[in-house]
Ligand binder design. Structure first.
Ligand SMILES: CC(=O)N[C@@H](CCC[C@H](N)C(=O)O)C(=O)O
Length: 380
């Protein structure tokens, strides 16, 4: 590959940045990754596809275990507003959650081990649909994954709020349990001048939205953090027509499963109350649900100790975050951890202007290649 920046994996990140795709539609992304892999020496490598994902096995010299490394692949429905000359070529879609970084870093680590084999097998997992509907759980259950199931598994996520040259993690919960939330309200539309002949779903939705705000403040133990965000609300067709339908779309985040169940029970009660009060019909759909990201404590502490002694980065022991990640499904069955990679930038994840600092790509590749070599061979 000819390099335009002088850094092959920054070039790769920029090319991936231009082709963000929805979950389970990562066709161009999969093709790009397969073409890159095909150009590498093949002797130590085996490749399988699973839907739009890819599994790569780099054969070890004397394998006793399999070390897994996962990168997610999908983009987000955001109209990009960066200053980049290499903006998304897919209107309305953007890599605004760093999955272009995650894939470029994974290719950098994989390429290193093609040329510098270690004792153990390495399994690289390019996973579709992290942003939804969730690729990790079905991939974990697939026969393709079962054949190369790793003994331990790792992943990173870019973090705009941390400086370049830092990483952050913690033993135990790193990210929250999540559930999507979709509520549809159906009433009776009508002429704006005759409200007594209709029942207005814009008003019903407004009441429900306000009531939902009381759940975290009034029903959840304040020491057990939770979030309910309604990120989208739509209803009605025109300013002088009473709305027959309204829809609320949101997400629920909790640190405990008890709070997740409590929030869902309260939403159901409030929705039934709005149905009765506004004489309408309501349906609730919880969409994709993600398990918490729980870092296995012994391996995470070992990694943190290793980083403090050997890493090329500063380690921050962070607090848990209310972000969600379907990597939690892998961690629910396979011990391992996830960490934040500092990419200091003023705009946060999922923002149309986010421009993560690309210096973090080589930093992450160096950190992961050294750590995985040590984890396999004990070589510092
Ligand atoms: C790291 C990150 O930003 N992850 C997403 C995961 C989305 C989960 C699901 N679609 C939901 O909205 O609940 C996040 O929003 O935290």
């Amino acid at each position: 590959m000819s390099s335009t920046t002088g850094h092959p994996f920054i070039d790769i990140r920029r090319q991936l940045h231009q082709i963000p795709e929805p979950g389970f539609s990562e066709f161009k992304t999969q093709r790009f990754l397969l073409d890159y892999l095909a150009a590498l020496p093949q002797e130590r490598m085996e490749i399988k596809t699973w839907r739009t994902g890819i599994l790569v096995r780099i054969k070890g010299k004397n394998p006793a275990k399999r070390l897994g490394y996962r990168a997610d692949m999908d983009g987000l429905p955001i109209e990009e507003d960066t200053t980049y000359p290499f903006r998304s070529t897919h209107p309305g879609y953007m890599h605004a959650c760093g999955h272009d970084f995650h894939m470029a870093i994974a290719l950098g680590v994989l390429t290193h081990f093609i040329h510098h084999p270690i004792n153990d097998d390495l399994i690289f997992i390019f996973q579709p649909a992290e942003e939804g509907p969730g690729g990790a759980q079905p991939m974990l259950e697939s026969k393709e994954f079962a054949e190369w199931r790793p003994d331990t598994i790792f992943a990173l996520h870019i973090a705009p709020e941390y400086p370049v040259g830092t990483i952050a993690t913690r033993p135990g919960i790193l990210f929250a349990n999540t559930s999507e939330l979709f509520i549809d309200l159906v009433g009776r539309g009508g002429h704006a001048a005759f409200p007594h002949q209709a029942n207005d779903m814009v008003v019903a939705a407004a009441h429900l939205l306000t009531q939902i705000q009381s759940i975290v403040s009034r029903n959840i133990d304040p020491l057990d953090s939770a979030v309910v965000t309604v990120g989208k609300i739509e209803g009605g067709t025109k300013q002088n027509i009473i709305a027959e339908k309204a829809r609320l779309e949101g997400t629920i985040r909790t640190l405990s499963m008890e709070s997740m169940a409590k929030i869902k029970a309260r939403i159901e009660s409030l929705v039934r109350g709005v149905e009765a009060g506004f004489e309408c019909k309501a349906t609730i759909d919880y969409g994709a649900n993600y398990r918490q990201v729980y870092n296995e404590e012994t391996i995470t502490r070992e990694f943190m100790g290793w980083v403090r002694e050997n890493g090329n980065v500063e380690l921050i022991e962070c607090r848990e975050a209310m972000t969600g990640e379907d990597f939690g499904y892998f961690l629910s069955e396979i011990p391992g951890f996830m960490f934040w990679l500092g990419v200091e930038t003023p705009y946060g994840l999922h923002h149309a202007k986010i421009e993560p600092n690309e210096k973090a790509i080589d930093i992450a590749i160096e950190l992961l290649t050294k750590y995985l070599t040590w984890k396999s061979d004990g070589v510092r």
